[in-house]
Write a protein that binds this ligand. Sequence first.
Ligand SMILES: O=C(O)CCC(=O)C(=O)O
Ligand SMILES: [Fe+2]
Length: 408
Amino acid sequence: MALDGPAERRDEPQSAMGNGNGVAPPPPSRSAGRPPGAAAYTDQRLRLNPNLEHNPQDYSDVRGEYAPAVYSALERHLPPSLLDSNRETKLQLMREVLGHYWPQGERNKVQRHKEYRQKILHQYKPLHKDLYKMRPSSFFLPTFLEAIRTNTEEGFKSIMTEPVPGVYSFAMLQPSFCEMLLQEVENFEKWVHATKFKIIRPNTMNKYGAVLDDFGLEVMLTQFMEQFIAPMSTVFYPEVGGGTLDTHHAFVVEYGKDRDVELGFHVDDSEVTLNVCLGKHFSGGELYFRGIRCDTHVNSETQHEEMYDYIHVPGRAVLHRGRHRHGARPTSSGLRINLLLWCRSSVFREMKKYQKDFSGWCAECKREKRERQIHAVKATKLVNCHLCKTVYYMLLLTPCSILIRFFI
Ligand SMILES: O=C(O)CCC(=O)C(=O)O
Ligand SMILES: [Fe+2]
């Protein structure tokens, strides 16, 4: 890939483990000490379809990572021989089943992050309460709201440019919203500094910036994604789960003097990314794109027509697939702060595990598939050609009398 080196995958950092904020150690594993009579669930198959006649027990007093309703629903799938066992036995088995889908290590991480967030929420005092509740008319430009209202491809396209396939750019945020968000982030950073709170930065590749979901903006940003990004991604990126976005990671990045300088070549841990420049004044910091690739082809060569450099403008958004390889050039003066929303689809991620061919969106898979087809067509022609030649020589060598007989 000319000049850009291998593309990194830009991930969220690990959770708050050992971050010095007094987060509690992980709870002890529950799988130890199985109650007597409870065989490992692997000994007995779960029912594929729930037993709708069975009345599950009440699990409302059960505290932990899963809602009581999860246990009630799962109980209907237990092997028939276990349905009459005591509640503790069933609960233990169900915890083992769930443990396979969401291993203890993962659960501990989530638990620690939850405690990290709660600590911030208890201590941090927001500056602009108005930011924490979705207010479309004060957040978004009227042109953008009108496009969303139409909920059609034509409506969306009427406010957009698509400088390279799959990258859409449009004016989105009110200047007053950008200003408010910048002030809120500054206020949060001041609090972090004053309290010496050890925050988790947005990404493995950033030393600066903040995760907006961590200090109270998660609910508002969920609506932001569901109501104002999902309609567009449903139309533009259906093949990467654009129609089934269900979680997000929202953060700001900060570039300039005494901040991060540039961002290396990478793909995002998202299906769809919204990147909006909030300000302030800066030069440089162009966002360069280098084609869409799946995991296998992430470091394959860039084609000339895939190269595109986007210049950030405050209030203006760029929407692209997470797998669209990109990076940010050095911000050479001033300060550039951008809002990033990495939108994810758990349905797409699950389905992807069973797929090998991503020619629906990966440019390299598409190219390889085309080549295979061309090859196949050529091979068929060659076989046909050999067949023709064989028949022709046979005809030449066959005496006329036989041929006449053959055709009569
Ligand atoms: O700074 C930018 O505009 C790029 C940010 C980005 O790609 C990211 O944070 O994943
Ligand atoms: Fe990115």
